[in-house]
Write a protein that binds this ligand. Structure first.
Ligand SMILES: [Zn+2]
Ligand SMILES: [Zn+2]
Length: 335
């Protein structure tokens, strides 16, 4: 047994990866995701040649807000309880999350807790030791493996079960998600004169682009990058992932200190739009009790278990952050 920060992030020795007994295909996911890939070239063609600039801008806005719903909502709020949110913010985050169409926030948070507790073992729904394709998208094409189901039942989700707004989205998810993820983005652009089919195809591309941006956290940020905080785990610091997934690429930090609402120590706002969003919500009082880990704890951890790539506390020759920091800059930007 290996214990890390406050015991949340641990690996059981008996959960080493083993081959799956058999593959059970999730045909509904394969067909819907394949369809969205097939229409992508046509959607890009429409964006360049026919769509109005308002429709393209609208697709970009939906991409960003849906990622905020997933990262600031399902991830940092409901999975990790790294801050608290008043009801209006919870409703906004549930709407944003529904636009992404990644399953209910309740299921998302439950599975993510399993991911953290059994990271990169067979009980992890997207075990990165099975290779890039599996942890990126292959796991969605298969029914969940029995170990992940069994261990998922042992995870404490009593707070998620008692969360009325979360359960409301879960109960009506198959009405709410298609309405906000497909119907609204297809019909609303007709208000500014867009062809309804242009809007439909471009929205399909937006959904698959958002999905891949999120999935990069499970694949790229579990396979490539520096490990300045904990060198003995797969999760890494990967700035490409932070760019596409609104700040979730500081993944070595996040798996080491999962309660920190920033899900990052470095990078400020420019690679962490979700942190910017939470901070703005805190300014107007809708987000509160924001949890952060102290600089002293980070420094001790870096010196004890880091790979030496931390740009301030460690020897930085091997870092891939490409950002120069000093301790005072961290203090200004860190909390
Ligand atoms: Zn997490
Ligand atoms: Zn992870």
């Amino acid at each position: 047994m290996k214990e890390t920060y406050e015991g949340i992030n641990h690996l059981d020795e008996d959960l080493k990866p083993v081959p799956l007994a058999k593959w059970e295909i999730e045909w509904r996911n394969i067909l819907s995701i394949s369809y969205m890939h097939l229409i992508t070239p046509y959607a890009i063609y429409l964006m360049i040649t026919q769509a109005t600039w308002q429709t393209n801008l609208f697709a970009y806005i939906l991409y960003v807000v849906s990622l905020i719903g997933v990262t600031a909502g399902a991830h940092r709020l409901w999975s990790h309880r790294s801050y608290k949110a008043k009801a209006p913010l919870q409703i906004i985050l549930l709407i944003f999350h529904s636009i992404a169409h990644q399953g209910s926030a309740f299921h998302w948070a439950r599975d993510h807790r399993v991911h953290h507790k059994y990271t990169d073992t067979d009980a992890d729904p997207h075990n990165s030791n099975r290779g890039f394709f599996y942890c990126h998208i292959g796991w969605i094409f298969l029914k969940k493996n029995p170990k992940a189901i069994a261990k998922g039942k042992c995870i404490d989700i009593s707070d998620l079960m008692a969360d009325r707004l979360l359960q409301l989205q879960h109960k009506y998810y198959y009405f709410v998600a298609p309405s906000l993820c497909v119907l609204m983005p297809t019909l609303l652009p007709t208000v500014w004169g867009e062809n309804v089919w242009n809007a439909f195809y471009i929205n399909g591309f937006r959904i698959i682009f958002s999905l891949h941006s999120t999935l990069l956290i499970n694949s790229l940020a579990h396979m490539w990058g520096a490990k300045p905080y904990e060198k003995d785990i797969n999760p890494t610091e990967n700035m490409i992932v932070s760019f596409f997934a609104t700040g979730e690429g500081f993944h070595n930090f996040h798996h080491t200190f999962p309660q920190d609402y920033r899900a990052a120590e470095l990078g400020g706002y420019k690679l962490n739009i979700s942190r910017l969003f939470i901070d703005i919500m805190a300014k107007i009082g809708w987000a509160y009790d924001l949890k952060t880990v102290s600089e002293e704890i980070v420094e001790k951890r870096v010196n004890r278990t880091g790979d030496g790539s931390h740009p301030v506390y460690g020897f930085n020759e091997h870092t891939d952050l490409h950002i120069e920091y000093s301790k005072s800059q961290i203090r200004q930007k860190g909390t």
